[in-house]
Ligand binder design. Sequence first.
Ligand code: HEM
Length: 416
Amino acid sequence: PMATIPTDRSPDSTLAFLRAGYRFIGQRCDRYGTDIFQTRLLLEPTICLRGRAAAELFYDADRFAREGAMPARGQRTLTGRGGVQGLDGDAHRDRKAIYLSLMTPTAVRRLGQLFTDEWQARLPAWELAGTVTLHTEVASMLTRAVCAWAGVPLAGGELDRRTADLLAMIASAAAIGPRHWRGRLSRHRGEYWVGDLVGQVRTGSLSPPGGTALRVFAEHRDGDGHLLPRRIAAVELLNVLRPTVAVARFVVFTALALHDHPAWRQRVPGDADAAGQFVQEVRRYYPFFPVTAARVRRDFDWQGYHFPRGRRVLLDLYGTDHHPELWPEPERFRPERFAGWPGDPYTLIPQGGGDHLHGHRCAGEWITIELMKRALAVLTEFIRYDVPPQDLAVDLSRMPALPASGFVITAVRRTG
Ligand code: HEM
């Protein structure tokens, strides 16, 4: 006989989810003493999961599908419609392979170098400015770097507008009200912008270097020789630009971690192992994507519980990264925990778990780690700065989270 999945009493938990934010699933799991419970979200019964075994289950593509899993609100802002996130099976694998072809070690390093170069070019202005807000400045540098990397031309006056739109798509991910509508507007403009560039590549009026994301998505042909519909190519290109700019959030968390754990300022320079551990712990510890969603593909039973076909399931990414059975003292920031870490595709999952090609694990994980290492090097080796009094609190009910101040630094001076 099947056990009943522990069930939240309230008729709908959407507001509770928005209020509790990153801790919503973890708190209830702790309360029920399980890693699984059922609730109603957006008026729909939803099974919530966390932990290693749950992640392994969730990334079994025979049991879960992505089509129709993402709420429409999120598609209208964060991801767009028709992109790789909502594909299954062969269609997913073929589309995902395009992304992975862009992520060779050489290409990833090239993007890292563009970011470092951009940052160094700005340091004289930072020294003069007196005050710099890290989040928006780094986002702007990342926009420049990733557009150059992706073959996307950016006119001088365009940078601030494009950066603001890419940031708004990210900020609107779980928003209701004005932040949601700002995100929709930005997505609209963004898809129009890069869709137009795709069109120009196809007519030959624009010729980005071979192997760049713009060129690759504009010219890719599927097994039947068809080009991607222009709007889909635009959605996929934005799937490269937008999340790369979102790495600015992890750069801010890197700066916050250095601020709270200043001993690491001395440990990181010249020690690639220490730098790598630090970056992993930033990715584990700080909140970014709370959950990811799928639907049950066909009826099955797991650990004595029944999963009916079509049921929406959320995997708690943040809660798995903070699971006390996987991470001793999960609420302590301790990069040492990654010394000699053998790696596990189902325990450290800030960017999803499982396999990159056959599953939905983030295509940009290597880029993210590279850019964070570059930022760590600048912050510890290339500059000194002061962190004036400000509101650095990270509100875990705000998704996606960020220190309230955006991380302001002053008195920047170059050391190298
Ligand atoms: C998917 C997180 C950076 C491209 C995902 C997923 C998460 C995630 C949670 C969904 C996993 C799932 O549903 O199973 C992050 C975080 C980033 C980041 C926290 C840090 C800023 C990037 C970058 C890129 C990128 C830099 C591209 C250059 C993608 C793509 C997918 C994805 C294309 C969809 C993969 C698929 O559906 O197969 N990411 N990501 N991400 N990410 Fe990232």
